[in-house]
Design a protein around this ligand. Structure first.
Ligand SMILES: Nc1nc2c(c(=O)[nH]1)N[C@@H](CN(C=O)c1ccc(C(=O)N[C@@H](CCC(=O)O)C(=O)O)cc1)CN2
Ligand SMILES: [Mg+2]
Length: 284
């Protein structure tokens, strides 16, 4: 079998074109959606990601602002800035790029963002809403994965989904979204003794481990949908995912490449959340 690739760039372009029409409609009513991105420090990858976020906003007509702060910014100053943005009605979404410098408490920083502006979906209120199935912002990467499943016509209902990884921003919310869509969900992690055996049972396999080419062909059920969330930089500078793409593509039914798979969907769902934040405010 040769898997069909799931093209994240193409799906992202389709969704963004649709969002642009909704942004224009809101703007016409005087509610142009606005995102503020806070970057603390000079992490090279983060600089690329925040620039891409701002450009993506502008491309669909949203207002966006990138605030760069020095790596030694105090926690008190960052929290005070977030509180100002919470009170600013022109700002619908606030995003603090991660990772933060070590002296800053990322949990405290995220909890300071007003939940109605938490377009990353990382606030404890957003996590709680997802847990109990109430409306709230979904973390962008798992939300993007769900959109990819929908786009290829894969309904998780009744399927066995295996998520490898248990981070708060990908693994856990991914498992909850799949559960909400009526999949039977298994979460595997570094202490799972029979990880390969469980992975082989997956109709939907999500790799979010942060280890290059961790998922090998023998860990994949023939015909499975394989979503690769990993973004690993190799010593030669090339990017690779958590899945051994060249080998797994001969076993899987569908597979996301890296780059060009889940990554572009992360930023797309950030736009979607920002649009939703503005729509909610416009209707109150
Ligand atoms: N506040 C946040 N911080 C971080 C998040 C996040 O969602 N919110 N996620 C990651 C980084 N990230 C967005 O911030 C991100 C990473 C990668 C991509 C992407 O599109 N990758 C491309 C390849 C890009 C390249 O060539 O380097 C791809 O996969 O095709 C989008 C977003 C951590 N921090
Ligand atoms: Mg820290």
């Amino acid at each position: 079998m040769t898997a069909q690739p799931i093209d994240g760039n193409a799906l992202a372009a389709k969704l963004r074109a649709h969002m642009a029409t909704e942004v224009a409609a809101l703007a016409a009513q005087g509610h142009t959606p606005g995102l503020t991105v806070l970057l603390v420090g000079e992490d090279p990858a983060s600089q690329v990601y925040v620039r891409n976020k701002v450009k993506a906003c502008e491309a669909i007509g949203m207002a966006s602002r990138l605030e760069r702060h020095p790596a030694d910014m105090s926690e008190a100053a960052l929290l005070a800035r977030i509180q100002e943005l919470n009170a600013d009605p022109s700002v619908h979404g606030i995003l603090v790029q991660l990772p933060l410098p070590k002296h800053l408490n990322a949990d405290l920083v995220i909890e300071t963002i007003a939940p109605e502006k938490d377009v990353d979906g990382f606030h404890i209120a957003s996590a709680g809403a997802l847990m109990v199935g109430q409306p709230g912002f979904k973390p962008c990467t798992p939300y993007g994965c769900m959109k990819m499943l929908e786009d290829i016509g894969c309904n998780p209902r009744g399927k066995h989904a295996v998520v490898i990884g248990r981070s708060n921003i990908v693994g856990k919310p991914m498992a909850l979204l799949l559960l909400q869509a009526s999949a039977t969900v298994t979460i595997c992690h570094s202490a799972t003794p029979n990880l390969a055996e469980l992975a082989r049972q997956a109709d939907i396999l999500v790799a979010a481990v942060g280890r290059p080419r961790f998922v090998t062909a023998d860990m994949v059920k023939p015909g499975a949908v394989v979503l690769d969330v990993g973004i690993n930089r190799l010593p030669d500078g090339k990017l690779c995912g958590d899945v051994d793409f060249d080998a797994v593509k001969d076993v899987a039914g569908w597979i996301t490449p890296v780059p060009g798979g889940v990554g572009p969907m992360t930023i797309t769902m950030l736009l979607q959340n920002t649009l939703e934040a503005a729509q909610r405010r416009a209707s109150t």
